[in-house]
Each structure stands twice: as structure tokens, then as C-alpha cells.
Design a protein around this ligand. Sequence first.
Ligand SMILES: Nc1ncnc2c1ncn2[C@@H]1O[C@H](COP(=O)(O)OP(=O)(O)OP(=O)(O)O)[C@@H](O)[C@H]1O
Length: 265
Amino acid sequence: MSLLQVKNVTHGYGSSNLFWQAKRATVLDDVSLTIEHGQCLGLLGTSGAGKSTLGKVILGLEKPQKGQILFQGIDLYDTNASTRRHLRRDLQVVFQDCYSSVNPRMTAEQIIGEPLQNFESLSPNEQKRTIGELLETVGLSPEDMRKYPHQFSGGQLQRINIARAIALKPKMLILDEAVSSLDMVTQANILTLLKDLKTIFGLSYLFITHDIKAAYTISDALAVMEKGELVVQCEDKTQFLQLPHPSVQRLLQSILSEHPRSRSL
Ligand SMILES: Nc1ncnc2c1ncn2[C@@H]1O[C@H](COP(=O)(O)OP(=O)(O)OP(=O)(O)O)[C@@H](O)[C@H]1O
């Protein structure tokens, strides 16, 4: 059984009033995709294509007008609250803006400790030890737990966000432009960390991005969204580059025009 199945999801924002509902613009149009255990699917597309909306629908934050989200075989929107809560701990998220993702008045220990406090019953000592281990796992030091967000660089703070996301040992992370605001070197380091975590913990990722290079680096499979529709889905990223589909060609063209001398990924 696939870890995640998105089945024929259609969604639009706006009023729940039936008259206005009929008028609301479609942001997701009959989108279907699957992610297997341990697989990273890179979801590409230009701004406004509907990628983040799909992420929100998968996370249970935006109920789709039509379709199903099956996570570990269970329909997220058609199950009881306790099963949903149980499933949600296996499905975590890291957003682009590492600063607004954390409370500036909380220490790293409190930030990473939040999901542990909500879902686990650890003693204070066990919790501290777990947080120290998580900090080491993401390449920081246990001493960093006393620091506040403003005492970290953007890359370090994104590592804190990743530590919080993996604290409950989830099965899948939604990475929504998670490296997009970082400089090239930091971006490469975080991508290496994410690849390592995927191998160590057998994690699956939905890697949402407009950056084909980043997507190609980390993903096993690649897909492209355009105007709410999933227009390409390719299980093998090496074959993706050969696809004659115009949206793939446009993505490749965007790299060539950015770096005219670099003709490969
Ligand atoms: N909360 C909202 N209310 C109304 N419209 C929204 C909302 N969130 C997104 N939209 C609209 O839905 C469409 C898809 O947005 P979405 O953020 O999902 O696209 P995206 O592919 O992730 O783009 P980006 O990379 O710019 O975030 C856009 O037209 C956007 O304006």
C-alpha cells in the first residue's frame, strides 16, 4: 500500500455559501498522485500553480471540495478525530520562512519540545536528552537548546524546524519551499541533511519547490503542476529530463537562461 494517495482532489478558496461556491476559482483540478514509503516526490510548478494548497490539503488544513487524501490507507477527511490525530503525528511539515515558523520568545528546547509535550509522556530528563539528540541529528549541538531564534542563522534555524518536524519520528514530511530562502551553500547543506535523514529514518518527502535543481538533487520522482492541474508525473527523475512535455522544457529552459553556460543539472 502506498504511504500517501491523493485521489482526484479538486479545491478552490472562498465562501462555503452554495451560490458563491459555484463561482469560486478552482485552485486544484482533479489532482491525483502517490508517494511510496521512503520516496521523495519533487513537486514543481510556477507561482500560483497550487502546490502549497495541495500541501495544505494533504496536511488536513484545507478540506478539499472533492476527492480523497489516503494516508497509510485511511481517508484523512473521513475518519474520527483520534485516528486523525494519530495520523497527523506521522505527517509533519517544514515551511519556507524559518523565522515565522517559530515563536521568537521560545528557546530551541521549547520549540523542539512542543510536539514531544503534545504527543509523548517523557520525563523532563528524557525530554531534554531527546532534544539534545535531535539537535545533534540535524547537525547542531545540545548546548544550542538554550538559544533563542534570533541567535541562529537562517540555515541553523531551518535545522531547528527540521528537528521539530522529525521529533515524533514521522513517516512523511511536507517540505514547502523549505530551502528556497537560503543561500546556495546553506541550501546544499540542508539538502544533504534532508537526504541523510531520509536514508536514516526511511522518511518520505513531498518536496514542493519552483527550483528544478533543488528538486532534482533530492527527489526520486518528479511532478509538475500548472494552473491547478498535475500535468506531468514521472517516477524516475532521470527520465523526467528527457520528457518532451512543454512544461518540462520550460523548466529546463529557465535554468539555461539563468546560467547559459551550464547545460546540465
Ligand atoms: N488562503 C487563500 N485564500 C484565497 N486564495 C488563495 C489562498 N491561498 C492561495 N490562494 C490562491 O490559490 C492559488 C494557488 O496558490 P498556492 O499558494 O497554492 O500556489 P503555489 O503553487 O504554492 O505558489 P507559490 O509558490 O507562489 O506559493 C493562487 O492563485 C493563490 O492566490
